[in-house]
Design a binder for this molecule. Structure first.
Ligand code: IPD
Ligand code: CA
Ligand code: CA
Length: 260
């Protein structure tokens, strides 16, 4: 087979998720990529597994994966992989993390799968065919006003030093909504928007592998997903994200760009 099926990607993510589950609360080999940006041996193990399996079935495909970067040479087929999204939670024993795998063909994400192994929740989407949680269709909430909404955001690993640390937006939206959560997994944040558990999500600086799969899952559940400038090509660099139903999306977009 030349192109993967959604089922293939789901099974792959389930197996990688099992690696995370098996290692949860076990002794970890931790290294630091930055002051507070850590990586465990489990991130690497999950990524090695995913890339190896994909290569077995689809030789010549290209990869963009968090721990190994770009590999695989020129191809119209691109896999975007976050082998463990929520690694700080994982390293501290907080059970909120996932595996995120997206498949794109000729520059368009076609399949997205995000698997939460602690809850056995498989979020998935195929472009044009909707998104699902454990095979049940997903739909975003219709919340119209910020004051009715529960939001979620995240902060970059260089938040101690960068001006775009998002702290001002956290305060801004905290005073306009029912709360702004910081759950620690961008991919699951997007899936929670898709599932109608949360109303809106934004983050100023993320990576393609954080949002490629979850972005499609949110879009296919009816969310508008753009970068913080309102551009729908949210996987283009520099990557940032807003996801919510269209009405709420507009209010978050305006809020982030206030005074600009
Ligand atoms: C991080 C998480 C976090 C988000 C950061 C990401 P990682 O990914 O998704 O929620 O706020 O921007 O880098 O390091 O756990 O894979
Ligand atoms: Ca990530
Ligand atoms: Ca990661």
């Amino acid at each position: 087979m030349n192109q993967p099926t959604l089922l293939f990607v789901e099974e792959l993510a389930r197996k990688a998720g099992q690696i995370l589950h098996d290692n949860y609360e076990k002794e970890l080999d931790i290294k630091f990529k930055g002051e507070i940006d850590l990586v465990t041996h489990v991130d690497h193990e999950s990524e090695r597994f995913l890339i190896h399996e994909i290569n077995q079935h689809f030789s010549g495909h290209k990869f963009l994966a968090e721990e190994s970067g770009e590999s695989g040479g020129e191809s119209d087929h691109l896999w975007m992989i976050d082998p463990l999204d929520g690694t700080v939670n994982f390293a501290h024993g907080v059970p909120f993390f996932c595996v995120s795998v997206a498949y794109a063909y000729k520059g368009e994400v076609k399949l997205g799968v995000v698997y939460d192994p602690m809850r056995n929740e498989m979020f998935s989407a195929e472009r044009g065919l909707g998104s699902k949680l454990n095979q049940k269709p997903l739909k975003v909430k219709e919340t119209e006003l910020l004051k009715q909404s529960l939001l979620v955001t995240g902060f970059p690993y260089d938040a101690w030093t960068t001006k775009t640390n998002n702290f001002d937006n956290y305060e801004h939206f905290g005073k306009l909504s029912q709360g702004v959560r910081r759950l620690g997994s961008a991919a699951l944040d997007l899936c929670y928007i898709a599932a109608g558990r949360l109303d809106g999500y934004w983050e100023l600086a993320v990576k393609t592998w954080d949002v490629a799969a979850g972005g499609l899952i949110a879009e296919e559940a009816g969310a508008r997903v753009t970068n913080v400038k309102g551009n729908p090509n949210y996987c283009d660099l520099p990557v940032s994200i807003i996801a919510a139903n269209p009405r709420l999306h507009q209010q978050i977009l305006e809020g982030i760009n206030r005074g600009k």
